[in-house]
Design a protein around this ligand. Sequence first.
Ligand code: ATP
Ligand code: MG
Length: 301
Amino acid sequence: ERVNPEDTVKIRTLGFGSSGKVYKVQHKKTNKVYALKIIQDKHEPAVCKQILTEMDILRRARNPYVVQCYGASEKGGEISFLLEYMDGGSLADILKSNKVISERYLADIAMKVLKGLDYLHRNKIVHRDIKPSNILLGRNQEVKIADFGVSTVLASTLAPCNTFVGTCAYMSPERFDPDNQGGHYNGYAADIWSLGLSLLECAIGHYPFISPEEKPDWPTLMFAICYNPSPSPPENASPEFKDFINQCLRKDPFLRPRASTLLAHPFITQYEVVPSSRAHSQQSGGRFWGNFTKALTSIFS
Ligand code: ATP
Ligand code: MG
């Protein structure tokens, strides 16, 4: 079902990103609620057309762990996307409120993001921008990957590295390698690095490559990502979590496991409820998420 962004009215602002603004909107006819993302940079007509064509391909990506795109439009060089609305905010919002997330929740979040990544990778789509603000939560146990639709054209015109606020902080070492500029690096492995770094940040409460007080300039940070040892999980973390993170953060992209392999990692599988009865496992899952939802509600209310 294709929905035109122009047939909606704004309800409120949801957030700002480096590329534009996101609004909560309502469709005039159906009253359905969506998120509207407006990319504020103006693009040449030819570039717009190319972006919209690619968006049309990406619009067909359908998976329970990927935020659905319902439509895109262009007006005077400004591009808008109509997205599935996620009422729990992002992992970045939780981090902003100085919360850390326990391993039990992180394992569930990791499993769902890995399922989304596995789907995208199987369809030969590299996300390129996995980070806490692009992992969205719903009050109903949902965890979904957002912004995978930042298509290749858009990604190259938005030049993620022009500001420190941009996305480079979650980029894997090999993506800074000038010899890799032709796209020879394994892009799938780059997504796994970004996921590992994002999960580690949620576990320790700050961006892992630097201590919370530090404010390094961009070249210093890039140097650290490329040449420092990868950050380690805290001493008191479980062996399963430590191993999971260490595998995601292997410097050599060829040594990083695929999403499908990581789904079988003990950190993920240890929490799996053996389905003695379907109703029972759903119930206990509901209780677990109930607490998390309560925590979320207290953050956002
Ligand atoms: P960047 O521009 O570097 O990618 P970002 O991911 O924070 O950073 P946006 O993608 O523009 O920027 O998102 C801004 C904020 O809007 C997010 O942090 C999130 O809280 C909110 N948001 C984005 N998409 C949705 C959505 N589909 N449903 C609900 N909230 C959303
Ligand atoms: Mg985003």
